[in-house]
Structure formats: C-alpha cells, structure tokens
Design a protein around this ligand. Structure first.
Ligand code: HEM
Length: 544
C-alpha cells in the first residue's frame, strides 16, 4: 500500500503492488507484537472450558512466568489467596511448569504420604541438588539407595554422640562470643553497655561452626577459618531458586558452584583416603568414620565419592534450616523479655551452682527443659524453614474427595507430569486450627492436653512405617510438620533440636537481648525462609 494512502481512499492497487515490510521490519514487528500476542493467546487458552476433573488453574496474564512473581514474593499469601478463590487444590504456572498445590492437613498427607512410584522427589529436586551435593547420592540415585544412605547417616547420630556434642557446641559458642568482632561489647566485660550483632551473619557462622565441630568432624572444623569458608560460600551461592529453575546458565555463580563442589568433594575424599591408607593414625569416631564402615544391602561398601557427597549433602541440608531457625528463635526471644527471662530462670533452676554461677549443660538435662522445648517448637511452627515440599507426578493421580472435589460425583485428578506441592506452613499458621495462629506464643505448648501438644503427639506418634531408615510417621495428617513426613522425612531432627537448643542455652545464659528497630518480615527470596536482615542488641548478663 502506498505510503500516502488513507483509510478514506479506496485501495485500487493489485496484490503485487503491496509494499510488504522488509525483513528487518517484519522481525521488529513480530518482536514487538509477540508478547502481546502471547498474552492474548494465554488469556484465550485460560477461557476455554476445561475438564471438570482438572484442578482449577490460577489466573495469570503472562505465559511461562505464570504466577512466579506472586509465589516468589510471598508464597504464604499467594497460597491463602488461591485457597480463598479455588479451594484446597489448584494448579499454577511457575516458569513454564505446571504446579498443583494441595493445601491443608489432607493436602500435606497427599504429597508426603504419596507412593514413590507415583510421586518422586528426585525429579524435582535433582537439578538443584546434584551440582551441589554431587553424583550418586540423595536425588542422583534411585530412591531405594537414598533410603539406605539415610539409614547410614542415622547410624552415626546416636545418643552417645549427642552427649559429647553438647559440650562441643557450647564451647564453640563461647569461643565465638569471645572472639567475633560483633561481640566486642561482650568482650569488654561491661554489663551496662549494649552492643549489637547482625542476625543472619552471626547465626549462619554459629551454625557452620557447631555443625563442623560435631557432625562434619575435626578436619573440617580446622579448615573452616581458611580456604574452606570461601569454597562453602561459592557452593552456597549456587544453591538458589535461580540455579534450580534455570540449570546450566553461563554465569559466574554456576561456574564457581561447580569449582567449589569439585574442591570440596576432593577435600573430603582426601580425608577418607588418608584414613584408609593410615589405619594406625588416630581420628575421631565421626560421621565419615561411620560411613566408611557401612555396606549397601548388596554387600558393596560406599565409594569414597559417595561418602564425600553425603557429607556435603548433610552440610547443606543442615546449614540454612538450623541457622534460620536459630535466627527466628533469638529474634522472638529478643522481642519477648518475659519468655527470655523464663528461659534464663529455667537455666538457673536446672544448672545453678551455690556460688551463683551456672554449670555446663548436659544432653540428658536439656531434654527436660520445658520452656526451651516450647520455644523451639513454637518457632518451628511459625517459621518452618521449608515452605514448599515438591514431588513429580509419574502418573495421573486422583485427589481424595476429603481434600478437594469439584462436586459430589467428580474427583480432581492431578495429571502425570505435574509438580505436586504441599505447604505444611499453611496448616501450621491456619487460624481455624491454631488459636491466635500468627502470634509466637510458646505458652501454647505447656498444656500437655492442649491442642498444640496433642498435634505434636500426633506428629510423633501417628501411624508409623519403616521406609528403610527406621520408623517414621507415614505421611501424617498432622497440622504440625516442620520436619516433613513419610519416606523423605528429615533425619536431622534430633541433631537440629540439640544444636538449636544448646546454642540458645549458651546465649541466653550470657546475654540479654532486644531487637534493634522493627521486628523483621520473612524473606522468601532464597531457598529457605529467613528473616530480612536485622540486628539484635545484646548486653552481658550479670551472672553467668
Ligand atoms: C529432609 C526440615 C535439619 C538432613 C527434610 C524435610 C524437611 C526438613 C521438611 C523433608 C523434605 C521433603 O519432604 O521434601 C528440616 C528442619 C531442620 C532440618 C526444619 C532444622 C531445623 C536438618 C539437618 C540435617 C538434615 C541438621 C542433617 C544432619 C535432612 C535429610 C533429609 C531432610 C538428609 C532427607 C531428604 C529426603 O529424604 O528427600 N528436612 N531439616 N536436616 N533433612 Fe532436614
């Protein structure tokens, strides 16, 4: 069409006279219009009536991205909004993937208690974990092998070991307070002056120090102050939602992650080799030593790289979970002087000495500290570090009507290939289940007949099954599931409780705390929910 033609003038030319856009213009036009076209097609696609047995699809404007922004910003608010609109079962698009969420206690049970042949964890998690943990362990091996590996680790988490760990953890914390620059005011021995420390940094460092001293073993603890810290940092920065959702990007963080994994793996393997080659040399009876003695059911021992990679997996599985739990606990204590003082009074009652001091904490006594126990349980109710638990559907799986159904005679079916997601935190914060559900209130756990204690009992004492690593609750319908349930249930629970409890005792004995500024909101941008950066103010206690 001529450039001068207007809409009022009838077009009289022939087809051959049409001015087709040049190739660059065509490309440009397509590029400009493609997003608009994609949005329109996406909207139309959502308007097409769908089979009633498909869970409702969360409305979204932008294809591929789907609801990624809303989910990533605040998954709990996103889930609650969706639940209001669509009920307990709905599907949303997350970076091109279909994710079907099942909420509530029945929803937790559906995902955590699902059969492995139907719902597989490794298909979802492996892209994130294998480059970090390494080959042939956890989600880079058949599920039966993971169950055996979990059993091998559990063998080394014995009560005798825990008894020894308590003293080691307290010593590490004491050493940290005595040397870290954030605790300069504590080191000055002045009981009147307040200092302040950055929460995330302090608890991340305390966690890695205490885990290395205990689970990881002496060789790792000795390396912590040197190159290992940088290697850990690079590995950790490759353990993010981006690395999970878009594997293999040509970015420095991916390259650094791979180099860090290679270094760490060969470091652990060199420890193992040395121990094999020099059996006469003394070394600790630690997790590495225990793994070196284990055999798979078919009689084969673990290969060196498998032991190394299990150790890396333990390091990563325990680091953010424990450090975020510690950070939240100490923040709530800093915010609630009444509970802080109740904890301190409990310390004095159990460990007080005639001269007004406090003797060392012991494992057996720590288990009797009711206030401490309630404080940890309540923190894990309000702030379980893992907000979404995922599996891949290997076949079409019907959703029980007790969880959600479009009508009496129709059942929802989760189609093969969907990611299925549970979010136990939604039940742990459900106001219809928990009184004053958003409030951090350890007192709710004191009444043994009260709802919270009963929920915990149900969690621990529900139907049990052995998936190959000891008896665990079988996908329970409990509203309290901070350590998961079923075959993928956490094996680090006892260690984490011990680690967190001992660190709390060690700090509360020595410091009074208060939050500097406003109480922080949750940060969902990393793999685990942690508080936004904030400082805690501290003052040395009069008597330790
Ligand atoms: C699994 C939570 C500490 C090792 C899990 C799961 C949860 C969880 C919810 C289940 C994940 C799923 O079903 O997909 C926590 C919390 C912790 C903690 C809240 C601390 C407060 C630890 C520690 C270790 C550890 C210290 C290591 C010593 C593991 C392992 C699994 C696991 C090996 C099994 C993964 C599987 O079978 O797929 N944890 N964890 N965790 N956790 Fe923990």
């Amino acid at each position: 069409m001529s450039a001068n033609a207007t809409f009022s003038e009838p077009w009289t030319g022939t087809l051959t006279q049409l001015e087709w856009p040049s190739t660059p213009r065509l490309v440009l036009l397509t590029l400009i219009n493609f997003p608009i076209l994609a949005v329109i097609l996406n909207v139309l696609w959502q308007l097409i009536p769908r089979s009633k047995s498909q869970p409702p699809l969360v409305w979204h404007w932008i294809p591929f991205l789907g609801s990624a922004a809303a989910y990533g910003r605040d998954p709990i608010v996103f889930f609650r909004n969706c639940r209001e609109k669509y009920g307990n079962c709905f599907t949303f698009i997350l970076l091109g993937k279909r994710v079907t969420v099942t909420l509530g206690t029945r929803g937790n049970d559906y995902v955590l208690g699902g059969k492995h042949t139907q719902l597989a964890a490794e298909d979802v998690y492996s892209a994130l974990t294998t480059p970090v943990f390494g080959k042939d362990v956890v989600y880079d091996c058949p599920n039966e092998k993971l169950m055996e590996q979990k059993k091998f680790v559990k063998v080394s988490l014995t009560i005798d070991k825990f008894r020894a760990y308590v003293g080691m953890i307290e010593e590490e914390i004491k050493g940290y307070l005595d040397t870290d620059s954030s605790f300069r005011v504590y080191q000055m021995d002045d009981i009147n002056e307040w200092g302040s420390f950055p929460v995330l940094k302090a608890f991340s460092e305390m966690t890695i120090l205490t885990a290395s001293r205990t689970l990881q073993g002496r060789e790792i603890r000795e390396r912590l102050t040197k190159d290992y810290a940088q290697v850990y940092h690079d590995l950790d920065h490759g353990f993010t939602p981006l690395h999970w959702m878009i594997p293999g990007l040509p970015l420095p963080s991916y390259r650094k992650r791979d180099a860090a994994h290679a270094k760490m793996s060969s470091f652990y393997q060199s420890i193992i080799r040395r121990r094999r080659e020099h059996p006469e040399e003394a070394h600790e009876d630690d997790v590495i030593a225990s793994l070196m003695k284990q055999r798979y059911r078919d009689g084969t021992p673990l290969r060196d790289h498998e032991i190394a990679h299990i150790m890396i997996a333990l390091l990563m599985a325990g680091q953010h979970t424990s450090s975020s739990s510690l950070a939240w606990t100490m923040l709530h204590l800093a915010d609630r002087p009444d509970i802080q003082e109740a904890l301190y009074a409990e310390q004095v009652k159990h460990f007080g000495t005639p001269d007004g001091g406090l003797r060392d904490i012991t494992y057996d006594e720590i288990r009797d500290l009711k206030v401490l126990d309630a404080v940890v349980r309540e923190t894990l109710r309000l702030h379980p570090p893992i907000h979404s638990i995922m599996r891949m559907a290997h076949e079409d799986i019907p959703v029980p009507a007790t969880l959600a159904a479009p009508s009496e005679d129709i059942t929802y079916v989760v189609p093969k290939g969907d990611i299925v997601m549970a979010s136990p935190i939604v039940s742990q914060l459900d106001p219809t289940v928990w009184e004053d559900s958003e409030r951090w209130e350890p007192l709710r756990w004191y009444d043994e007949k009260g709802f919270a204690a009963q929920a915990h009992k149900q969690y621990n004492e529900g139907e049990k099954v052995d998936f190959g690593f000891g008896l665990v609750s079988k996908g329970t319908v409990s509203p309290y599931l901070p350590f998961g349930a079923g075959r993928h249930r956490c094996i680090g629970e006892q260690f984490a409780y011990l680690q967190i409890s001992t660190v709390i005792c060690a700090l509360v004995r020595r410091l009074e705390l208060k939050v500097e500024g406003d109480f922080p909101k949750s940060d969902y941008s990393s793999m685990m929910v942690q508080p936004m950066p904030v400082n805690i103010m501290y003052r040395r206690r009069k008597f330790e």
